[in-house]
Design a protein around this ligand. Sequence first.
Ligand code: SAM
Length: 224
Amino acid sequence: MEISTDASGAPGNYTIVRRRFVERLRRAGIRDARTLDAFEAVPRHRFVPEALRDQSYLETPLLIGDGQTISAPGVVAAMTQALALRGDESVLEIGTGSGYQAAILSRLAGSVVSVERIPRLAARARSALDALGVSNVIVFLGDGTQGRADQAPYDRVVVTAGGPEIPKPLLEQLAVGGFLVGPFGERDNQHLVRVQRADEGKYTREVLGRCNFVDLIGRNGWAA
Ligand code: SAM
């Protein structure tokens, strides 16, 4: 894999690699220009453990520790595009993981609240976001299946771990007109769904595809 250098000559900038990576996302059906720009701008390798960095721009999930993964980029891109962000939205992300999806969202929305249940991952993600100067993402430690009522409502909710069903608090914390995107179904086989809150008590649901995410664990998810 080709590795470009930055202005100081330091290796590992991956600019050229990332351009090709975005071209692959485009060919795979990601058409939203703002989403593609965000994937070109955010250095995925900064969210990947050092030992796996040369795999950062491959279409594969990678282990980030504690049995968790940074999702494959094509899935992250499809979920991001499905959120239909215009730039000023408030977003709730469940499952901070590496912080990569949060960094992407930070470029496309007004503010991001991201919840992670594993302390070590939350701390590492915060450091990676800080190192890139990302200031509109708040990372909270806790059970994201309960949402974050103190910051609600959210224009968008994205769930990045697979649960048995959509946690009710997340539907309640979604703003009217807003979208929720996430994987729900069986443990190793979920539907990626997009729900729109059409009215106070009315939700419409569409299935975007099939997927296989790590478990959403919590009061309104799977048992630990
Ligand atoms: N969005 C992440 C990224 O960009 O790296 C990938 C997320 S990884 C596929 C799923 C994450 O969800 C894991 O870090 C896991 O610990 C977390 N998770 C699972 N259940 C959770 C819950 N109830 N609340 C918060 N985080 C949860």
